[in-house]
Design a protein around this ligand. Sequence first.
Ligand code: ATP
Length: 323
Amino acid sequence: MDVTAPAIVVSGVRKAYGKNVALDGVSLTVPRGTVFALLGPNGSGKTTLVQLLSTLRLPDEGTAEVLGHDIRRAPAKVRAGIGVTGQFSAVDSMLTGLENLLLMAKLYHVPNGEREARARKLLERFNLTEAGSRPPATYSGGMRRRLDLAMTLMGNPALIFLDEPTTGLDPRSRQTMWQIVRELVADGATVFLTTQYLQEADELADNIAVLDHGQIVAQGTPAELKQQVPGAHLTLRFTDLGILDAAAEALPGSTPDADSLILRVPLDADGGAIKRVLDEVPSGLAIEDITVHTPDLDDVFFALTGIRTNANPDESTQTEDHR
Ligand SMILES: Nc1ncnc2c1ncn2[C@@H]1O[C@H](COP(=O)(O)OP(=O)(O)OP(=O)(O)O)[C@@H](O)[C@H]1O
């Protein structure tokens, strides 16, 4: 394995199902040891890209290297280094949690004498020790996903694909999953996750690509993406028109609204200039109220795609048992 290569390099990948173009010229790079979030609404092509990168499907055009291996020329080497969890869960409902893990240990050729110890360690790590003796049919959605991920980790993957890891989970299960992702990366793994949740990408990802209708419409760190959207501003409310006018004169670029006695002052996207703005308001001009507006990833997504998506996963939480 080439340990200096990025974890993933995708170049000009295209994939259509008949006339339906799922990926339309996608290029991206994922550095090792980072979390990459592919953010997009339903049907934007996220699962298709995970399937290509995990060698379940072939692209029509373009190239992709995973852990330094070409997905067309060396699919077995790609598969040996990756773990995939998500919409196609490998969990067998007839076996107990522990038996599922032991089965994976066998498939991954873990030496016989080490299998049970490793399985029990993973159950403990994912808070499934007690549940390990029960079949996953009795688990909540969050527990099933943790078992699914534990099974994947039996193979010690350097790169883990998580396809919508928290869709349908309650806030607590989601937090647990986020913590697990952070620990995986702290241990040296690379994580490629797909999500519809802006907050999830914002919380976890070092880099984000926004996918819309099979095309990447923006790429960057969460901060870089937020900077692409103008609109961070400060509103200052004054007590009378005279003070409002004086403040507007002192702050070039600001927009006064005489009716509401509010002055709107543009800021850098990170809000870093707030103190400078306030310092420029002449002393003696009493400010009644100050509000800071900073764009979030939802604004970015809306600006790029025209879609208001799930800024906060809590708003679309389904029942725990739904997968
Ligand atoms: N096997 C298939 N046959 C035909 N069309 C498909 C197939 N798989 C996906 N598609 C289509 O390709 C497009 C991208 O689908 P994909 O599942 O990759 O998107 P997604 O972003 O993962 O969506 P979701 O969040 O709903 O899983 C969609 O229009 C979908 O209907």
